[in-house]
Ligand binder design. Structure first.
Ligand SMILES: *[C@@H]1O[C@H](CO)[C@@H](O)[C@H](O)[C@H]1NC(C)=O
Ligand SMILES: *[C@@H]1O[C@H](CO)[C@@H](O)[C@H](O)[C@H]1NC(C)=O
Ligand SMILES: *[C@@H]1O[C@H](CO)[C@@H](O)[C@H](O)[C@H]1NC(C)=O
Ligand SMILES: *[C@@H]1O[C@H](CO)[C@@H](O)[C@H](O)[C@H]1NC(C)=O
Length: 570
């Protein structure tokens, strides 16, 4: 529905973007807005008119965008480094397996996005939550590197909506009683935007990470309590009667088929109503986020030249579930609600009002920003540039068709009534494959449960087809499962280009580029008989390789049979 005028504008904008990377002209600016725990599949975006107006209408919505680990800290670290969690080994929100101290001890404070952007000539600014366990005791030990201006929310005040604890430009921290967290972040973001625009000689990156719609977290005796989100007073009565969408996977009759999902009891009426209330509070908390979006874009619109050279991204660190598959409020699972999340981009050369459905992930974001800024990609990036502009789309090879998702640990039941209890054994490897004529989810759990969903026929993941003898598309399920096992085995320890081109590792001749080609009958024996299986020998809380079975796939043509066959595929 492009008018010829807006088409002309889009073409002009593409030309402007092209000239940015040429020598001497200014690189584009970036404004990166990331919410905390925002779902896409429970429809939160349809309650955000400013996101609709400034992002859906003015940019492109990547509807099959995934986080690669569905929890705040590991997801943010993967996003800010372009590396999978198995390569950062920041896999939790607190030590020993994660949190800010682990980010530092892994050397990542010297090797992440803002440092690289400064080296490329950028001024960098950030306000809001950076990483969990960035706290009153760790914030200065050492300070996060790479920021020209920063104003971070830190623990134990990160998630206290009306009493944030913040540290500005590495100064001693201060509490902000009575001020609403998201509004505070909005005003700091606009302040940094003023600084960034005033420093005309260098392009800028501005990261804005409000806590909405995350639940409030209060710490008592060193124990965090996960309570309901707190909306701004002006929004607290909105959406009366609105409920979590009653999708087929909402508190279903039948339990799940993997790990703790098998024995999760059906939610009681009281729990369902509680989940609906929690859902409304999330939508209310998102209204201040929507105001934040509006204030940033409005400020930018006052400088049309700056706006014309700025890419804006709106996304979340991970998704969220409430009552799907009988789960109380929370994230960290492999279900689609937790991993398929909002991602919009707008800016020079990006199609307006467009929707894309090829798979993209958080590890792709740094490579995408690098490409837009004309910075050479690092060999150890585990993602690849998303073709976001007309120009990149025309130039790039097709994007890879898979996203690898991983997790180690437990899963928390959030909200007042659950009092911070958990389900155990939430360690798994998961792959989503979205190609021409297929849309699949395959997982192997530390309990050695397996899941296989045909996401075309069963988007709500109600029927686990693993171990059945039927068909998906035209393929026999056992033969398909064998290929997905080979793919997951390759991805679970991949580094760099193997993560984006895994079939080349399996088929070094490079004559197999996707699942469909791997389904060729000539590879049946290779995948079904010769290849290692993805296995675990224990449910660990972190990435302990000794429990994770084979780490490298056998390449096609290497010959030989597996020593032991531990199961049939039928
Ligand atoms: C931002 O930091 C970089 C790296 O230290 C520096 O080169 C640049 O001059 C700083 N920009 C401003 C506006 O101070
Ligand atoms: C939550 O658990 C803590 C620690 O076990 C306990 O002190 C507190 O009373 C509990 N709160 C509720 C609301 O059950
Ligand atoms: C966790 O998984 C182990 C197998 O690794 C199993 O023995 C144990 O019962 C499981 N625990 C729970 C709480 O599901
Ligand atoms: C990840 O970190 C944990 C905790 O320090 C450590 O035990 C584990 O060996 C590390 N795993 C890898 C693959 O480096």
């Amino acid at each position: 529905m492009l008018s010829s005028l807006s088409l002309a504008v889009a073409l002009l904008a593409t030309t402007a973007a092209a000239s940015c990377s040429s020598k001497g002209s200014k690189k584009p600016n970036f404004i990166f807005i990331m919410t905390d725990d925002q779902d896409m599949l429970m429809n939160s975006l349809s309650y955000q008119p400013a996101v609709q107006k400034h992002f859906a209408d003015k940019g492109t919505w990547f509807k099959k965008h995934f986080c690669t680990v569905s929890q705040c800290c590991p997801s943010r670290v993967s996003l800010l480094t372009g590396k999978a969690a198995h390569n950062t080994n920041v896999t939790d929100v607190m030590p020993p397996y994660g949190g800010y101290p682990k980010f530092v001890s892994q050397g990542l404070n010297d090797n992440y996005l803002p440092i690289w952007l400064q080296q490329a000539g950028y001024n960098t600014y950030y306000t809001g939550k950076l990483i969990n366990s960035h706290s009153v005791t760790t914030y200065n030990n050492p300070f996060p590197k790479g920021w020209n201006g920063s104003d971070f929310l830190i623990d134990p005040g990160t998630y206290v909506y009306y009493n944030s604890c913040m540290t500005r430009n590495n100064e001693p921290y201060a509490w902000h009683p009575g001020q609403y967290s998201t509004d505070l972040i909005a005003s700091k973001a606009v302040g940094f935007l003023e600084d960034a625009i005033a420093a005309k000689d260098r392009p800028f990156f501005l990261g804005v990470a409000p806590i909405g719609p995350h639940g409030e977290v209060l710490v008592s005796d060193n124990t965090p309590y996960f309570l309901d989100p707190v909306p701004a007073d002006r929004h607290k009565d909105l959406f009366p009667g609105v409920k979590v969408p009653r999708t087929p996977n909402f508190n279903p009759d039948t339990p799940g088929t993997a790990s703790y999902l098998k024995s999760a009891p059906r939610l009681s009426q009281k729990e369902i109503e509680y989940g609906d209330e929690y859902y409304r509070k999330r939508l209310q908390a998102l209204q201040a986020v929507d105001d934040l979006v509006d204030s940033i874009v409005t400020r930018l619109e006052a400088d049309p030249d700056v706006l014309a050279n700025t890419y804006l991204i709106y996304t979340a660190d991970n998704g969220y579930h409430i009552s799907q598959h009988r789960l109380p409020p929370g994230k960290t699972c492999n279900i689609e609600e937790d991993i398929n999340i909002p991602f919009f981009i707008r800016g020079p050369g990006v199609a307006k009002g467009a929707v894309q459905t090829f798979p993209t992930s958080h590890t792709d974001i740094v490579p995408t920003l690098f490409t837009l800024a004309g910075i050479p990609l690092h060999d150890d990036f585990d993602g690849e540039p998303i073709p976001v502009t007309h120009k990149m789309m025309a130039r790039s090879k097709p994007k890879s068709e898979h996203v690898n998702v991983e997790f180690w640990g437990t899963t928390l039941k959030e909200g007042n009534i659950y009092n911070s209890t958990s389900f155990l054994n939430n360690t798994f490897k998961h792959v989503r494959v979205i190609g021409d004529g297929y849309d699949l989810a395959f997982a192997v759990w530390c309990t050695m449960d397996h899941e296989l969903y045909d996401m075309t026929a069963d988007p709500y993941q109600m029927t686990n087809l693993y171990g059945t003898s039927g068909r998906i598309a035209e393929w026999s399920i056992p033969k398909l499962t064998a290929r997905l096992n080979g793919l997951l085995l390759t991805l679970k320890a991949c580094k760099g280009q193997v993560c984006t081109r895994p079939w080349k590792k399996l088929h070094p001749q490079d004559n197999v580029k996707n699942l469909r080609q791997a389904m060729n009958a000539r590879y049946d024996d290779f995948y079904e008989e010769q290849q290692h299986r993805v296995t675990f020998s224990e449910c660990a809380l972190g990435q302990i390789l000794a429990y994770e079975g084979a780490l490298e796939p056998i390449p096609y043509g290497a010959g030989g049979k597996r020593a032991a066959r531990w199961e049939d595929w039928t």
